[in-house]
Design a protein around this ligand. Structure first.
Ligand SMILES: NC(=O)c1ccc[n+]([C@@H]2O[C@H](COP(=O)([O-])OP(=O)(O)OC[C@H]3O[C@@H](n4cnc5c(N)ncnc54)[C@H](O)[C@@H]3O)[C@@H](O)[C@H]2O)c1
Length: 372
C-alpha cells in the first residue's frame, strides 16, 4: 500500500501523523511511504530522518493526496484537504465528526473510507488512540499550574514542593481517570500535597490501592469539592462524562471562597470545561483572571509538547496503521472489532451511530458495509 503523510495545516498544530520510526516499520512491511516536505519539522523530525527510514519526500499536499492509498494524519482534514480526498482512499486520523456537519458532508461526498482515532476501542472499553493525549495533558497540567502559580504570571507565588520549613502547594484534581491520575502523579512528584476526587468508588478504590502512599483520594461530593477548593493552590479539572458536556463543579460565586491567586487548570475545556468561569484559551495567551483566580484553559494542551505527543500518538496508532496497510481496511476491520469501531464514513455512507444521531443523518451499520 502507498501510505501518505501530509503536513498538518490546522493553526497551532505541530504534530505529524507518521514518525520516522512508523515509516520505517511500514517500509519493512513492504509498503511505500510518502511524506510531505517539512511535515515532521514541528515535532523535531527532519526530511532526512524520513528518507533514512526509507520514505520518499514529496513537495506538496496535493502530491501526497493524489498518490497515496492511505492518508495518515493527526487533525481532522481541513476544507482544502477534504477537496483532495477521493473515492476509495483511506483516511486514518482524528475526526470528531459529531459537532462538525461540514466535515461530515465533505467526507461522505468524497467517497473515501474514514477511520477516526477517537472511536477506536480496546478490550477494556477504553479509547487507546485518545489515551496517549490524555496522558500528555495530565502530565502537563501540574507543570502549567506551577507556572501559573508564579507571582509574575498572576499566581499566589507558591512553590509546588515548598522548601524545608515551608509547606508544599496543595493540589486538588477533580476526576481520577487517565488525565487525573497522570496529573496527580506528576504533582506529587513535584512535592505537592495532592488529593484526587472522583464520583466512581471503584476508581477511588483502584487509586487508593495503587497510589495510596503518593496522593490522597476523596469522594467528589459538592461539599468535599468546595471544602478542598478553599484550601487549594491549584485545582485541575479532569472529569469526563462520555458523550456529554462537562459538569460545572466550581461556580463563579465559589471563586470568592478560594485563595486569591490560586490557579484553575481546566483540562476538560475541550468538553466545555468543568468550572463555570472557564473559556477556551490558546498557547499564545493561555491564562486569564476572574475574581482574583487564575484560569488556564488551553483546549489542545498536547500541542505544547508536539514532539512527545507525536511519538506517543505514533506508538498507539502504529499497530492499527500497519494492520490497515497489510490487510486492507476491510479485512483489518473484520479481524478486529475494536478497529471496526473506528469506521465513521465509507463510500458516501455514515457508519457511526453517535455521529448520525448528533447530526440527524441516516447511518449504515459497519457490519452491513463489511458484509457487502
Ligand atoms: N485540554 C486538552 O488538551 C485535553 C487533552 C486530553 C484530554 N482532555 C479532556 O480531559 C478530560 C478527561 O479525560 P480522561 O481521558 O481523563 O477521561 P477518563 O474517562 O479517563 O476520566 C474521567 C474521570 O472523571 C470522573 N468523573 C465524571 N464525572 C465526575 C464528577 N462529577 N466529579 C468527579 N469525577 C467525575 C469519571 O469517574 C472518570 O474517572 C476529558 O474532557 C478529555 O476530553 C483534554
Amino acid at each position: 500500500m502507498k501510505i501518505g503523510c501530509p503536513t498538518e495545516i490546522k493553526p497551532q498544530e505541530f504534530r505529524v501523523g507518521l514518525t520516522p520510526n512508523a515509516a520505517r516499520e511500514a517500509v519493512a512491511h513492504g509498503h511505500e511511504v510518502v511524506v510531505q516536505a517539512g511535515a515532521g519539522k514541528g515535532a523535531g523530525f527532519e526530511d532526512a530522518d524520513y528518507v533514512d527510514a526509507g520514505a520518499a519526500i514529496l513537495d506538496t499536499a496535493e502530491d501526497i493526496f493524489a498518490t497515496a492509498d492511505m492518508i495518515v494524519k493527526v487533525k481532522e482534514p481541513q476544507a482544502g484537504e477534504r477537496k483532495m480526498l477521493r473515492e476509495g482512499q483511506l483516511l486514518f486520523t482524528y475526526l470528531h465528526l459529531a459537532p462538525d456537519p461540514d466535515q461530515t458532508r465533505d467526507l461522505m461526498e468524497s467517497g473515501c473510507t474514514a477511520i477516526a482515532y477517537e472511536t477506536v476501542t480496546d478490550r477494556n472499553g477504553g479509547l487507546p488512540l485518545l489515551a496517549p493525549m490524555s496522558e500528555v495533558a495530565g502530565r502537563l497540567a501540574p507543570q502549567v499550574g506551577a507556572w501559573t502559580l508564579q507571582k509574575a504570571n498572576g499566581g499566589r507565588g507558591v512553590l509546588m514542593g515548598g522548601v524545608p520549613g515551608v509547606g508544599p502547594a496543595r493540589v486538588m484534581v477533580i476526576g481520577g481517570g487517565v488525565v487525573g491520575t497522570h496529573a496527580a502523579r506528576i504533582a506529587a512528584g513535584m512535592g505537592a500535597d495532592v488529593t484526587v476526587l472522583d464520583r466512581s468508588l471503584p476508581r477511588l478504590r483502584y487509586l487508593d490501592d495503587v497510589f495510596g502512599g503518593t496522593f490522597k483520594t476523596s469522594y467528589a461530593s459538592a461539599g468535599n469539592t468546595i471544602d478542598l477548593a478553599r484550601e487549594a493552590d491549584i485545582v485541575i479539572g479532569a472529569v469526563l462524562i462520555p458523550g456529554a458536556a462537562a459538569p460545572k463543579l466550581i461556580s463563579r460565586a465559589q471563586l470568592s471562597e478560594m485563595k486569591p491567586g490560586a490557579a484553575l487548570v481546566d483540562v476538560a475545556i475541550d468538553q466545555g470545561g468543568c468550572f463555570e468561569t472557564s473559556k477556551a484559551t490558546t498557547h499564545q495567551d493561555p491564562v486569564y483572571e476572574v475574581d482574583g483566580i487564575m484560569h488556564y484553559c488551553v483546549a489542545n494542551m498536547p500541542g505544547a509538547v508536539a514532539r512527545t505527543s507525536t511519538i506517543a500518538l505514533g506508538n498507539a496508532t502504529m499497530p492499527f496503521m500497519l494492520n490497515l496497510a497489510d490487510k486492507g481496511w476491510k479485512q483489518a476491520c473484520l479481524d478486529d472489532p475494536h478497529l471496526m469501531e473506528g469506521l465513521n464514513v465509507h463510500a458516501g455512507k455514515l457508519t457511526y451511530y453517535a455521529v448520525g444521531k448528533a447530526l440527524g443523518i441516516d447511518v449504515t451499520s459497519p457490519q452491513v458495509i463489511l458484509r457487502g
